[in-house]
Design a protein around this ligand. Structure first.
Ligand SMILES: NC(=O)c1ccc[n+]([C@@H]2O[C@H](COP(=O)([O-])OP(=O)(O)OC[C@H]3O[C@@H](n4cnc5c(N)ncnc54)[C@H](OP(=O)(O)O)[C@@H]3O)[C@@H](O)[C@H]2O)c1
Length: 266
Protein backbone atom coordinates (compact mmCIF):
# COMPACT_ATOMS: atom_id res chain seq x y z
CA UNK A 1 0.00 0.00 0.00
CA UNK A 2 1.14 3.52 -0.76
CA UNK A 3 0.22 6.48 1.45
CA UNK A 4 -0.39 10.21 0.97
CA UNK A 5 0.86 12.72 3.51
CA UNK A 6 -1.88 15.01 4.76
CA UNK A 7 -1.18 18.64 5.70
CA UNK A 8 -0.89 17.82 9.41
CA UNK A 9 1.68 15.07 8.83
CA UNK A 10 -0.58 12.05 9.17
CA UNK A 11 -0.63 9.43 6.45
CA UNK A 12 -3.68 8.29 4.51
CA UNK A 13 -3.77 5.13 2.37
CA UNK A 14 -3.86 5.83 -1.38
CA UNK A 15 -6.56 3.20 -1.94
CA UNK A 16 -9.54 2.60 0.30
CA UNK A 17 -12.87 0.81 0.46
CA UNK A 18 -16.11 2.71 -0.25
CA UNK A 19 -19.23 1.58 1.60
CA UNK A 20 -22.05 3.55 -0.03
CA UNK A 21 -25.10 1.31 -0.42
CA UNK A 22 -23.67 -1.54 1.66
CA UNK A 23 -26.16 -2.29 4.38
CA UNK A 24 -26.88 -4.56 7.33
CA UNK A 25 -24.97 -7.85 7.51
CA UNK A 26 -23.69 -7.51 3.95
CA UNK A 27 -21.87 -4.35 5.04
CA UNK A 28 -20.36 -6.10 8.09
CA UNK A 29 -19.18 -8.99 5.90
CA UNK A 30 -17.74 -6.73 3.18
CA UNK A 31 -15.84 -4.46 5.58
CA UNK A 32 -14.37 -7.51 7.33
CA UNK A 33 -13.41 -9.07 3.94
CA UNK A 34 -11.97 -5.80 2.65
CA UNK A 35 -9.72 -5.40 5.70
CA UNK A 36 -8.60 -9.03 5.45
CA UNK A 37 -7.86 -8.41 1.77
CA UNK A 38 -5.53 -5.56 2.71
CA UNK A 39 -7.63 -2.38 2.74
CA UNK A 40 -6.68 -0.01 5.54
CA UNK A 41 -8.90 2.95 4.60
CA UNK A 42 -12.67 2.57 5.08
CA UNK A 43 -15.02 5.31 3.89
CA UNK A 44 -18.47 5.72 5.42
CA UNK A 45 -20.88 8.57 6.23
CA UNK A 46 -23.77 9.25 8.58
CA UNK A 47 -25.94 9.49 5.45
CA UNK A 48 -25.11 5.88 4.46
CA UNK A 49 -26.82 4.54 7.60
CA UNK A 50 -24.13 1.90 8.02
CA UNK A 51 -21.68 3.28 10.59
CA UNK A 52 -22.63 0.59 13.15
CA UNK A 53 -22.05 -2.14 10.58
CA UNK A 54 -18.74 -0.59 9.51
CA UNK A 55 -17.64 -0.64 13.16
CA UNK A 56 -18.78 -4.25 13.53
CA UNK A 57 -16.87 -5.26 10.37
CA UNK A 58 -13.74 -3.58 11.75
CA UNK A 59 -13.98 -5.49 15.02
CA UNK A 60 -14.73 -8.77 13.23
CA UNK A 61 -11.55 -8.40 11.13
CA UNK A 62 -9.47 -8.42 14.31
CA UNK A 63 -7.10 -5.82 12.89
CA UNK A 64 -5.39 -3.43 15.28
CA UNK A 65 -7.25 -0.10 15.24
CA UNK A 66 -3.99 1.83 14.78
CA UNK A 67 -3.50 0.19 11.37
CA UNK A 68 -6.79 1.54 10.06
CA UNK A 69 -7.88 4.88 8.65
CA UNK A 70 -11.61 5.47 9.09
CA UNK A 71 -13.43 8.32 7.36
CA UNK A 72 -16.98 9.46 8.04
CA UNK A 73 -19.01 12.51 6.98
CA UNK A 74 -21.61 14.74 8.61
CA UNK A 75 -24.65 15.94 6.73
CA UNK A 76 -27.32 18.63 6.86
CA UNK A 77 -29.53 17.36 9.73
CA UNK A 78 -26.55 18.21 11.98
CA UNK A 79 -26.11 21.75 10.71
CA UNK A 80 -26.01 23.66 13.99
CA UNK A 81 -23.20 24.09 16.50
CA UNK A 82 -24.72 21.70 19.05
CA UNK A 83 -25.84 19.15 16.46
CA UNK A 84 -22.47 19.00 14.70
CA UNK A 85 -20.73 18.50 18.04
CA UNK A 86 -23.22 15.78 19.00
CA UNK A 87 -22.95 14.12 15.57
CA UNK A 88 -19.26 13.40 16.08
CA UNK A 89 -19.92 11.72 19.43
CA UNK A 90 -22.81 9.75 17.93
CA UNK A 91 -20.63 8.52 15.04
CA UNK A 92 -17.93 7.45 17.50
CA UNK A 93 -20.53 5.60 19.53
CA UNK A 94 -22.14 3.91 16.52
CA UNK A 95 -18.78 2.70 15.22
CA UNK A 96 -17.59 1.95 18.77
CA UNK A 97 -14.32 3.78 18.12
CA UNK A 98 -12.23 6.06 20.35
CA UNK A 99 -11.35 8.40 17.50
CA UNK A 100 -12.11 9.03 13.82
CA UNK A 101 -9.19 9.44 11.41
CA UNK A 102 -10.92 11.86 9.04
CA UNK A 103 -14.29 13.58 9.21
CA UNK A 104 -15.72 15.57 6.31
CA UNK A 105 -18.59 17.99 5.83
CA UNK A 106 -20.45 15.87 3.28
CA UNK A 107 -21.75 18.60 0.95
CA UNK A 108 -21.75 22.38 0.63
CA UNK A 109 -24.88 22.94 2.71
CA UNK A 110 -25.79 26.59 3.37
CA UNK A 111 -24.07 26.21 6.78
CA UNK A 112 -21.01 24.30 5.53
CA UNK A 113 -18.54 26.85 6.88
CA UNK A 114 -20.11 26.87 10.36
CA UNK A 115 -20.13 23.05 10.37
CA UNK A 116 -16.48 23.00 9.38
CA UNK A 117 -15.64 25.47 12.17
CA UNK A 118 -17.18 23.03 14.67
CA UNK A 119 -15.04 20.25 13.20
CA UNK A 120 -12.00 22.44 13.89
CA UNK A 121 -13.02 22.42 17.55
CA UNK A 122 -13.46 18.64 17.54
CA UNK A 123 -10.04 18.34 15.89
CA UNK A 124 -8.48 20.40 18.69
CA UNK A 125 -10.13 18.04 21.18
CA UNK A 126 -8.36 15.16 19.38
CA UNK A 127 -11.54 13.20 18.70
CA UNK A 128 -10.54 13.23 15.03
CA UNK A 129 -7.06 13.08 13.50
CA UNK A 130 -7.90 15.19 10.45
CA UNK A 131 -10.79 17.24 9.06
CA UNK A 132 -11.90 18.01 5.55
CA UNK A 133 -14.72 18.62 3.12
CA UNK A 134 -16.54 16.93 0.28
CA UNK A 135 -18.10 18.19 -2.93
CA UNK A 136 -16.71 21.72 -2.64
CA UNK A 137 -16.00 23.37 -5.96
CA UNK A 138 -13.23 25.89 -6.32
CA UNK A 139 -15.15 29.01 -5.27
CA UNK A 140 -16.75 27.32 -2.24
CA UNK A 141 -13.36 25.94 -1.23
CA UNK A 142 -11.76 29.38 -1.55
CA UNK A 143 -14.55 30.89 0.54
CA UNK A 144 -13.90 28.29 3.23
CA UNK A 145 -10.17 29.03 3.22
CA UNK A 146 -10.94 32.70 3.88
CA UNK A 147 -13.09 31.75 6.87
CA UNK A 148 -11.28 28.93 8.64
CA UNK A 149 -8.08 28.38 10.60
CA UNK A 150 -7.33 24.76 9.66
CA UNK A 151 -6.81 24.10 5.97
CA UNK A 152 -8.96 21.05 5.01
CA UNK A 153 -6.76 17.97 4.78
CA UNK A 154 -8.96 16.42 2.08
CA UNK A 155 -11.64 17.39 -0.43
CA UNK A 156 -13.56 14.28 -1.57
CA UNK A 157 -15.12 14.94 -4.97
CA UNK A 158 -16.48 13.18 -8.04
CA UNK A 159 -13.41 11.99 -9.94
CA UNK A 160 -12.92 9.33 -12.61
CA UNK A 161 -11.29 9.07 -16.03
CA UNK A 162 -14.18 10.99 -17.65
CA UNK A 163 -13.92 13.84 -15.12
CA UNK A 164 -10.57 13.62 -13.33
CA UNK A 165 -10.49 17.30 -12.31
CA UNK A 166 -6.69 17.36 -12.55
CA UNK A 167 -6.47 21.17 -12.67
CA UNK A 168 -8.55 21.42 -9.51
CA UNK A 169 -6.41 18.72 -7.88
CA UNK A 170 -3.26 20.80 -8.50
CA UNK A 171 -4.98 23.91 -7.13
CA UNK A 172 -6.09 22.05 -3.98
CA UNK A 173 -2.59 20.68 -3.42
CA UNK A 174 -1.09 24.17 -3.77
CA UNK A 175 -3.26 25.13 -0.79
CA UNK A 176 -2.48 21.99 1.22
CA UNK A 177 -5.53 19.84 0.48
CA UNK A 178 -5.38 16.33 -0.97
CA UNK A 179 -8.02 15.35 -3.52
CA UNK A 180 -9.91 12.11 -2.95
CA UNK A 181 -12.05 10.52 -5.67
CA UNK A 182 -15.57 9.27 -5.15
CA UNK A 183 -17.19 7.12 -7.85
CA UNK A 184 -13.86 6.14 -9.48
CA UNK A 185 -15.91 3.70 -11.63
CA UNK A 186 -18.61 6.35 -12.27
CA UNK A 187 -20.99 4.44 -9.98
CA UNK A 188 -22.17 2.57 -13.08
CA UNK A 189 -23.14 5.69 -15.05
CA UNK A 190 -20.73 4.74 -17.84
CA UNK A 191 -19.53 1.32 -18.90
CA UNK A 192 -15.98 2.22 -17.97
CA UNK A 193 -14.98 -1.46 -18.07
CA UNK A 194 -15.58 -1.62 -21.85
CA UNK A 195 -13.72 1.56 -22.73
CA UNK A 196 -11.42 0.61 -25.67
CA UNK A 197 -8.52 2.87 -24.61
CA UNK A 198 -8.51 1.48 -21.07
CA UNK A 199 -8.96 -2.09 -22.38
CA UNK A 200 -5.93 -1.85 -24.67
CA UNK A 201 -3.68 -0.36 -21.99
CA UNK A 202 -4.90 -2.93 -19.47
CA UNK A 203 -4.17 -5.73 -21.93
CA UNK A 204 -0.62 -4.42 -22.50
CA UNK A 205 0.07 -4.59 -18.75
CA UNK A 206 -1.77 -7.85 -18.06
CA UNK A 207 -4.13 -5.94 -15.75
CA UNK A 208 -7.88 -5.35 -15.83
CA UNK A 209 -9.69 -2.32 -17.22
CA UNK A 210 -10.82 -1.39 -13.72
CA UNK A 211 -7.28 -1.52 -12.38
CA UNK A 212 -6.11 0.72 -15.23
CA UNK A 213 -8.85 3.29 -14.50
CA UNK A 214 -7.92 3.34 -10.80
CA UNK A 215 -4.18 3.42 -11.49
CA UNK A 216 -4.58 6.53 -13.64
CA UNK A 217 -6.05 8.38 -10.66
CA UNK A 218 -3.59 7.00 -8.08
CA UNK A 219 -0.63 7.79 -10.34
CA UNK A 220 -1.94 11.36 -10.51
CA UNK A 221 -1.77 11.54 -6.71
CA UNK A 222 -5.51 11.10 -6.11
CA UNK A 223 -6.84 8.84 -3.34
CA UNK A 224 -9.47 6.34 -4.56
CA UNK A 225 -12.18 4.48 -2.62
CA UNK A 226 -13.89 2.03 -5.03
CA UNK A 227 -16.85 0.15 -3.61
CA UNK A 228 -17.58 -3.50 -4.30
CA UNK A 229 -19.59 -6.22 -2.59
CA UNK A 230 -17.51 -8.98 -4.21
CA UNK A 231 -14.35 -10.40 -2.66
CA UNK A 232 -12.63 -11.05 -6.02
CA UNK A 233 -13.16 -7.42 -7.02
CA UNK A 234 -11.84 -6.23 -3.63
CA UNK A 235 -8.57 -7.99 -4.44
CA UNK A 236 -8.59 -6.65 -8.00
CA UNK A 237 -9.25 -3.04 -6.99
CA UNK A 238 -6.43 -2.89 -4.47
CA UNK A 239 -3.79 -4.60 -6.65
CA UNK A 240 -2.47 -1.41 -8.21
CA UNK A 241 1.13 -1.23 -7.08
CA UNK A 242 2.84 -3.78 -9.30
CA UNK A 243 2.68 -1.77 -12.54
CA UNK A 244 3.20 1.80 -13.83
CA UNK A 245 1.50 3.62 -16.68
CA UNK A 246 4.02 5.28 -18.99
CA UNK A 247 3.66 8.96 -20.02
CA UNK A 248 2.11 8.04 -23.37
CA UNK A 249 -0.51 5.86 -21.67
CA UNK A 250 -1.23 8.58 -19.10
CA UNK A 251 -1.72 11.00 -21.98
CA UNK A 252 -4.06 8.64 -23.84
CA UNK A 253 -6.25 8.27 -20.74
CA UNK A 254 -6.14 12.03 -20.17
CA UNK A 255 -7.90 12.42 -23.55
CA UNK A 256 -11.00 10.72 -22.05
CA UNK A 257 -11.60 13.81 -19.87
CA UNK A 258 -15.01 15.26 -20.78
CA UNK A 259 -14.52 18.14 -18.34
CA UNK A 260 -18.01 17.87 -16.89
CA UNK A 261 -19.75 16.06 -14.07
CA UNK A 262 -21.74 12.89 -14.78
CA UNK A 263 -23.85 13.54 -11.68
CA UNK A 264 -26.70 16.01 -12.03
CA UNK A 265 -27.11 16.52 -8.26
CA UNK A 266 -23.53 17.62 -7.84
N1 LIG B 1 -18.69 12.25 -0.78
C1 LIG B 1 -19.69 11.92 -1.58
O1 LIG B 1 -20.62 12.72 -1.85
C2 LIG B 1 -19.72 10.55 -2.18
C3 LIG B 1 -20.58 10.26 -3.26
C4 LIG B 1 -20.56 8.97 -3.79
C5 LIG B 1 -19.70 8.02 -3.27
N2 LIG B 1 -18.89 8.30 -2.21
C6 LIG B 1 -17.95 7.30 -1.65
O2 LIG B 1 -17.16 6.80 -2.73
C7 LIG B 1 -17.27 5.38 -2.79
C8 LIG B 1 -17.12 4.87 -4.22
O3 LIG B 1 -18.12 5.40 -5.06
P1 LIG B 1 -19.43 4.60 -5.50
O4 LIG B 1 -19.66 3.46 -4.57
O5 LIG B 1 -20.51 5.59 -5.61
O6 LIG B 1 -19.13 4.09 -6.95
P2 LIG B 1 -17.92 3.31 -7.69
O7 LIG B 1 -16.92 2.85 -6.70
O8 LIG B 1 -17.52 4.18 -8.82
O9 LIG B 1 -18.67 2.09 -8.35
C9 LIG B 1 -19.21 1.04 -7.61
C10 LIG B 1 -19.82 0.06 -8.61
O10 LIG B 1 -18.78 -0.55 -9.39
C11 LIG B 1 -18.89 -1.97 -9.30
N3 LIG B 1 -17.52 -2.50 -9.26
C12 LIG B 1 -16.59 -2.33 -8.28
N4 LIG B 1 -15.42 -2.89 -8.61
C13 LIG B 1 -15.61 -3.45 -9.84
C14 LIG B 1 -14.75 -4.18 -10.72
N5 LIG B 1 -13.47 -4.42 -10.41
N6 LIG B 1 -15.27 -4.62 -11.91
C15 LIG B 1 -16.55 -4.35 -12.24
N7 LIG B 1 -17.41 -3.66 -11.45
C16 LIG B 1 -16.94 -3.20 -10.26
C17 LIG B 1 -19.67 -2.23 -8.03
O11 LIG B 1 -20.45 -3.42 -8.16
P3 LIG B 1 -20.34 -4.66 -7.12
O12 LIG B 1 -20.57 -4.12 -5.74
O13 LIG B 1 -21.40 -5.57 -7.61
O14 LIG B 1 -18.95 -5.20 -7.31
C18 LIG B 1 -20.60 -1.03 -7.94
O15 LIG B 1 -21.77 -1.25 -8.72
C19 LIG B 1 -18.65 5.12 -2.16
O16 LIG B 1 -18.86 3.78 -1.83
C20 LIG B 1 -18.62 6.09 -1.02
O17 LIG B 1 -17.86 5.56 0.06
C21 LIG B 1 -18.87 9.57 -1.68
Amino acid sequence: MEYKNLNNGIQMPAVGFGTWDLRAQECVKCVDQAIRTGYRLIDTAIMYGNESEVGEGIRRSGIDRTELFVTTKINSPYASYEKTLAAVDQSLKRMNLDYIDLILVHEPYPQYIQMYRVLEEVYRQKKVRAIGVSNLNRSLYEKLLENCETVPAVNQVECHVYYPQLGYKTFLEQHGTVMESWAPFTEGRRNIFDNPVLKQIAHDHGKTTGQTALKYLVQNGIIVIPKTSKETRMKENISLFDFELNPQEMNMIAQLDEKRSLFGWY
